[in-house]
Design a protein around this ligand. Structure first.
Ligand code: NDP
Length: 285
């Protein structure tokens, strides 16, 4: 937390010396002051699909920045327990809820658990996602539906579930994890590309609908990241992706988590309805 008395004292000192002042929120800071960025102390967050991969990195990053975290997972209890222990070691309150993102009632359960545990939800990260890749001519309607239901419907259900507490608090941060596939389309991913493109539309509609109550909604669009989701990609395809990526590598999960933490912070208060690509320059829009 900012030490206000110290800042005021420094600001007054600078004013006496006639130095240039700038206004940050309600605190007058000297122009040279460097704020500790991304301070999430006292905030509480809900992360869907927080037991593995990018979601796990997001849970740990938000906790490192000071937030208490409640996360959902689908079935991997062992992975969820490991993350709970890691958040505990960081010193934050935590809760894990086994809840299928495709079930509207489960979204309410997760949000209710966070409210019981922390009394509020300041941050929602819609991260739970799956792929069921195939060419359109071979893709089953079930594979199409399952991917839409997890990646897109799941985000809608969770957003709906946090809306009431966030409206009441007149503040909130909603961050949706979309993908370059939703921005540019990807062969063999008609279902996933459609879901992630839909998530971008949902992000913008949510941003417009909730802005007047101080709630922002943004999306992070990762390029290719080393997780279990991408571990099955053929080596040849991985090599092609690396060659097409200006920064010439896959992202780390931590690089995605930092972008999420920024969008969850006070520093991002004037950013809403945006898609932040964290993709090594793969898709420049
Ligand atoms: P992983 O497969 O590594 O992890 C997925 C996580 O989501 C797990 O915690 C899993 O829980 C959970 N999950 C999956 N389905 C459900 C469900 N129905 N209900 C609740 N939780 C669920 O995936 P990634 O970390 O790679 O992906 C995370 C997000 O990032 C996804 O939205 C994905 O589309 C997106 N993304 C990933 C990219 C990549 O290259 N990896 C690139 C761009 C976007 P459990 O452990 O119980 O199975």
């Amino acid at each position: 937390m900012l030490d206000k008395s110290r800042l005021d004292a420094r600001g007054a000192g600078d004013a006496a010396l006639g130095r240039r002042q700038r206004i940050v929120g309600r605190t007058t800071l000297p122009a040279t002051y460097t704020a500790p960025m991304i301070d999430l102390s006292g905030k509480s967050a809900v992360v869907t699909g927080g037991s593995r991969g990018i979601g796990r990195a997001i849970v740990l990053r938000l906790a490192e920045q000071g937030a208490d975290v409640c996360f959902s997972y689908r079935g991997n209890i062992e992975a969820a327990d490991t993350v709970l222990a890691q958040v505990g070691a960081i010193g934050r309150r935590r809760r894990a809820v086994q809840a299928d993102a495709t079930d509207p009632a489960s979204a309410d359960t997760v949000v209710k658990a966070a409210l019981e545990e922390f009394g509020k939800v300041d941050i929602l990260v819609n991260n739970a996602g799956i792929t069921r890749d195939d060419l359109i001519m071979r893709m089953s309607p079930e594979a199409f539906r399952e991917v839409l239901e997890t990646n897109l419907f799941g985000a809608f259900y969770a957003t709906k579930a946090v809306t009431r507490p966030m409206l009441k608090a007149r503040s909130g941060r909603i961050i949706n994890i979309t993908s370059v596939s939703g921005q540019a389309g990807q062969m063999g991913q008609a279902n996933y590309s459609a879901a992630k493109a839909g998530l971008i539309g949902l992000t913008k509609a949510t941003a417009r609908e909730l802005a007047s109550r101080g709630i922002t909604c943004n999306a992070v669009a990762p390029g290719f990241v080393e997780t279990e989701l991408t571990s099955g990609l053929p080596d040849e395809l991985k090599q092609q992706i690396i060659e097409r990526t200006p920064l010439a590598r896959f992202a780390t999960v931590e690089e995605i988590a930092y972008a999420v933490a920024f969008l969850a912070s006070e520093e991002a208060a004037y950013i809403t309805g945006q898609v932040l690509a964290v993709d090594g320059g793969l898709v420049m829009m």
